[in-house]
Design a protein around this ligand. Structure first.
Ligand code: PDD
Length: 286
C-alpha cells in the first residue's frame, strides 16, 4: 500500500479538509523541528495499546516542556479513525505537537500556542508473520535523547534512506560497540532461547511494541535480558527480529554491514514465531 495524503486532518481543535489545513512558515515544528509526535496503531478500527502511546506522548511533551491545553487525546484518536472512514480497517493515527509559531529563536518563546495535528491513515498490518526483513547495519548518528519521540528525525531519515536506497527495509543502528535499535523499530536478538534487547534509556525510544513483546515473553516464560548486544556478537545470534507500531513483530532474514553478511536465517526462528503467535492472539482479543 503506497502512502497517500489523508483527506481530513485535525489541526488546532478542528477537523478540516487536508487541503485547507495551513500553518505559518514560522511554526517552530517547521523551522526548528521543535515538536514531538506519536504513531498509534489500530486494528479493525480499534486502537492497540492506546494508553501506553498516550503516556509516551505525555512523557515526550513533558521532557521538551511543551504545554498543551487540556486536550482529550483519546477522543481525537477515535475521531481520526472515524473521519478517515477506517472504522473497519487497519491503520495508524499520526499525532504531532509543535511548540507553535513565534519569531525564530533557539530559546523557548513566551506564550506560544502549541500546534496540534492529527490524522489516521490505512496500513497493511495483516500478514507480518510471513515477512522477513533484510537490514543494513549503520552507525547511530542520532542525538543523545532518543527516548523523546521528537519530530527532528534527520539521523533516522538519513540512515533509513541509505538502507532503502541500497535495497534494505531497515537500518539497524550501533553506537560505540552496541546495537541500539532501528530507525523506526526496536531490535531484539535471540541466543540459546534467551531474548536480548537494548535497555531503556536515552539511547533508544521506549517502544510500545517492545514493551508488549517483553510482557509476552514474561507470560510465556521466555527470559528477557535488557542489555545491549555488542555488534561483534551479532553473527553468533540464533534469531533476530524488529518490533514497532507499523512493523509489528518482524523476523530478520539477513543483516549486512558494508558488503559483508553478518547474519542470515532462511525461516522464521522458533522463539520469534512463538512471540508472533502470542502477539497475533492479543490483536485477535482486541
Ligand atoms: N516509530 N524506535 C524508533 C526510533 C521509532 O521511531 C519507533 C517507532 C520504534 C518502535 O516504537 P513503537 O513500538 O512504539 O512503535 C522504535 C514510528 C512508528 C514512526 O516513527 O513512524
Amino acid at each position: 500500500m503506497s502512502p497517500t495524503y489523508p483527506q481530513t486532518v485535525f489541526l488546532n481543535g478542528r477537523w478540516i479538509p487536508a487541503d485547507q489545513a495551513t500553518l505559518s512558515v514560522f511554526d517552530r515544528g517547521f523551522m526548528l523541528g521543535d515538536g514531538i509526535y506519536e504513531v498509534i496503531p489500530f486494528y479493525q478500527g480499534k486502537p492497540f495499546l492506546l494508553q501506553a502511546h498516550l503516556n509516551r506522548l505525555h512523557y515526550s511533551l513533558q521532557e521538551v516542556a511543551i504545554m498543551t491545553k487540556l486536550v482529550s487525546w483519546e477522543d481525537i484518536v477515535t475521531e481520526a479513525i472515524q473521519h478517515a472512514g477506517l472504522s473497519n480497517a487497519d491503520g495508524a493515527v499520526y499525532m504531532q505537537v509543535s511548540r507553535g509559531t513565534a519569531p525564530r529563536t533557539h530559546f523557548f518563546p513566551e506564550q506560544t500556542e502549541p500546534t496540534v495535528l492529527c490524522y489516521a491513515y490505512p496500513l497493511q498490518l495483516a500478514g507480518f508473520e510471513h515477512k522477513r526483513a533484510k537490514v543494513l547495519v549503520l552507525e547511530d548518528k542520532r542525538w543523545h535523547r532518543c527516548d523523546i519521540k521528537s519530530t527532528s528525525l534527520m539521523g533516522n531519515v538519513l540512515a533509513n534512506n541509505e538502507a532503502h536506497h541500497r535495497g534494505y527495509q531497515e537500518a539497524l543502528l550501533y553506537r560505540g560497540d552496541s546495537l541500539t535499535e532501528g530507525t523506526h523499530t526496536s531490535s531484539f536478538f535471540v541466543k540459546q532461547a534467551h531474548v536480548y534487547t537494548h535497555p531503556q534509556g536515552p539511547q533508544i525510544l521506549p517502544g510500545i511494541t517492545r514493551m508488549e513483546v517483553i510482557a509476552i515473553c514474561k507470560e510465556l516464560g521466555i527470559e528477557v535480558k535488557e542489555e545491549p548486544v555488542p555488534l561483534d556478537r551479532l553473527p553468533t545470534m540464533d534469531e533476530l527480529f524488529l518490533t514497532g507500531t507499523t512493523t509489528q513483530v518482524l523476523a530478520i532474514g539477513q543483516v549486512d554491514k558494508e558488503n559483508e553478511t553478518l547474519f542470515r536465517r532462511e525461516e522464521v526462528g522458533p522463539i520469534t514465531r512463538t512471540i508472533q503467535d502470542a502477539f497475533k492472539q492479543r490483536l485477535n482479543n482486541l
